[in-house]
Every structure is written in C-alpha cells, then in structure tokens.
Design a binder for this molecule. Structure first.
Ligand code: SF4
Length: 391
C-alpha cells in the first residue's frame, strides 16, 4: 500500500504527512487495519523501541468545577455520580503517588479540577511535589491544574515539577461547541507558558465527541505545531449526567486508526493512550501498544481503569517492556531540546513535499455499533477514598 510506505518513510525521517494522508489513515478499512498498525509500529519502534512508559494519575481535587467542558464529569452542573472532594493534603497525595510508583509508574500526574490555580493552590501543589520528590527523587511529576497565570509555571518548575499538562482537546473550529467558559486560545497560551518556563509540555486530545475526521486531523496538526513532548489521546467516556452522555461513536478499530494517525503526525513524541482505553478498545488494547509509547496505570480521574496487574501482564504478553527510571523517554534529538527543523510545519505541506506519493482511494470505515453504556464504571476507589488505589 503506497500510502503506508510513504507514511513509514516520513515517520522514520520525522517528516509530517500531508493532511490528505492523515485523513486517508482514518478512512482505511477494517481489512487494512493490521497493515496500518504494523506500519505505525515501525515508526514507533524507531523512536521508542518496545518500551512502555507507565503514568499514574492522582486527582488532587475532584468535581465542583465552575467551567462547562461538555465531556467532563466534573463540569459545572454535572450530574455524574463521581467522587467530589477538595484538595488532598501533600502526604495523602504522596501516599497515592507511591502506590503508582510501586506498580511501575515512572511519571505521576497531579491533576486538579478548576479553571486554573490560585497562587495559594500553587503553594499547595508545590508542597505536594516536594513531598513526592522527597520520597522518590527519580519520579517525574507532571502538574495539570488548568489555565496558568503569569509566573505560576516558573513556581511549579522551581518546586520540582518536570512537566505541565494542558490538552487542546479538540480543533480550534469546534472548540466553542465543547466549552464556552474559556477559549482554545487560552489553552494554547497555557501550553506556551509551560514551555517558556522550561517545563516539558504535555498536550493532547479527546476523540469521540462527535467531531469529523477533519477536526481530528486539525487538532493533531495543531499539536504538532505546538510541539509538546507528550500527546495524550483520550477516547471520550460518555458519562451519564454530562451533555455528551449519548456520544458513543468509537469502535476499537476506529481508536486504533486514530492512534496510528497521531503516531504518523507526531512520530518521535510520547503518544500516550489515556482515558477511555478500556471502554473503547476493550479486548483490542494490546494492539495499541505498537502505536503508543505510554499508558496510564490504574484508575483515571473519575472512572476506574483496568487493574494495574492486568496492564503489566498485557505489556509482557505483547512482548513489550516497562520503561525503567534510568532510561531516557524521548529520542536523543528531543532530549537535547526540540525536534529540529523538520518539526513545526503544521500544515504538513512544507517538509517532504518532494517525496509525496499519490494517496490510494480507500473504503469508507464501517458504521459504529450500538452504545455500550454498561462499560462506564465511575471511580469508587483510589486517591481521596479510604480504599487503596488499584495499581
Ligand atoms: S476539563 Fe477541567 S476545566 Fe473543564 S470542566 Fe473538567 S475539571 Fe473543569
């Protein structure tokens, strides 16, 4: 298949595909799926081998958010029956983080609901970061606290944070349909602030919110332009009690095509399979490992994940290995700072134009099956409860 050969060659050279090529990946048929996975897998192996990095979420503050992100179970007016609690104390968060690290997590993601932190919140989180680093200096800490104000990224960095997460979530064109209380530009600005402070930027998307293929390609090319080190790909968990509760648009095959497309557009970036993995990929989860470089261990923010032991077994059974603390996550050229001149050409039409191949016509993807509302399990355990996390 000329399309896949072209995408592999470009991925190995860190060149972006064209928008048409990215769209063609999303439009491949189920018959072509294993070829697509194998092709994207060659790119993944080039930059990340067979390593899988494990990340662990600690929800520092859950629910009661004043923002109205339609996909979110913690949003203003959400009727989802999730845990709601205010800030965990540093020692509580540190204990929760330790459980993830004991399960093999290399990065701990400290997340808090809300529009963005106050300076007092940054103080609290700084103390939490220090408590975690005191216990395990090698663990990477990523903060995810919403929109940042001037100086806050620097304070988090000084407290020991390694990274900051703020997702674009969806394309600029559809952002206003998903959220009205802040803008796409606000989100881009926060990612820039994190980068300017020297934090490793983490920014990704949510698929399955009713968007068109063009929107998915738009947001992934925007992410390439933004040049984060990691790109989490979430698949919408349609919580009852949120405006997107009826959006069941994803099949395991569709999820794999999306992950492959992200890998081709962001070949040397830590693509992370995030929320919705178990709900939408189900028994096909191992086929995502040749596409992504990292996954979350244990529970998500407000929903349960697969047991950590099952994740570790899946990684070993599929012939992959958990990335250790002493191993650099990113390829050497990115660890040196940025991905060089071949990155950042978000239109996909600049670098590599001379080698473009015609795109073969492909069969349209199959129709989505009926909703599987039985698959969503609201988080009942983990940080903030008196029950142990499941890592
Ligand atoms: S995504 Fe964040 S800002 Fe938006 S409603 Fe949820 S917790 Fe609030």
């Amino acid at each position: 298949m000329d399309l896949l050969n072209t995408l592999v060659e470009k991925g190995l050279r860190r060149e972006p595909p064209t928008r048409e090529e990215a769209l063609a990946v999303l439009a491949t048929s189920d018959d072509e799926l294993l070829d697509v996975v194998a092709a994207a897998g060659r790119v993944r192996r080039q930059w990340f081998g067979r390593r899988v990095k494990l990340n662990y979420l600690v929800n520092l503050k859950s629910g009661l958010c004043p923002e109205d992100c339609s996909y979110c179970s913690q949003r203003l007016g959400s009727k989802a029956e999730i845990l709601k609690y205010t800030w965990l104390k540093p020692h509580e968060a540190s204990e929760a983080a330790a459980a993830g690290v004991a399960g093999g997590a290399k990065r701990v993601c400290l997340v808090a609901s809300g529009r963005g932190p106050t300076d007092r919140d940054v103080d609290r989180v700084s103390k939490t970061i220090e408590a975690i680093k005191e216990q395990n200096e090698d663990v990477e800490v990523c903060a995810c606290l919403g929109l940042l104000s001037a100086g806050q990224a620097e304070r988090l960095r000084d407290a020991g944070a390694d990274a900051y997460n703020h997702n674009l979530n969806t394309s600029e064109g559809t952002y206003g349909d998903i959220t009205t209380t802040h803008t796409y530009a606000d989100r881009v600005d926060t990612v820039h602030q994190a980068q300017a402070a020297g934090l490793s930027a983490c920014s990704g998307l949510i698929a399955g919110m009713g968007e068109a293929d063009e929107d998915l390609v738009d947001v992934v090319f925007s992410l390439r332009e933004l040049d984060p080190d990691s790109v989490p790909v979430n698949f919408l968990i349609p919580f009852e009690g949120t405006p997107l509760a009826k959006e069941w648009n994803l099949t395991p095959q569709r999820c794999l095509r999306i992950l492959a497309m992200v890998r081709f557009v962001c070949p040397d970036v830590e693509v992370r399979l995030a929320g919705g993995r178990e709900v939408h990929l189900r028994s096909m989860q191992p086929l995502a490992l040749p596409l992504v470089h990292s996954i979350f261990l244990g529970d998500y923010l407000t929903s349960e994940g697969q047991a950590g032991k099952a994740d570790l077994d899946m990684i070993a059974d599929a012939g992959f290995e958990v990335e250790g603390a002493g191993t650099a996550t990113l390829p050497e050229h990115r660890e040196r700072g940025g991905c060089g001149s071949v990155c950042g050409s978000g239109s996909g039409s600049a670098a590599g134009a001379a080698t473009e191949q015609p795109v073969e016509p492909v069969e349209p993807a199959d129709e989505a099956p009926a909703a599987r509302t039985d698959l969503v399990t609201v988080r009942r355990r983990g940080a903030g409860t008196d029950l142990a996390p499941n890592a």
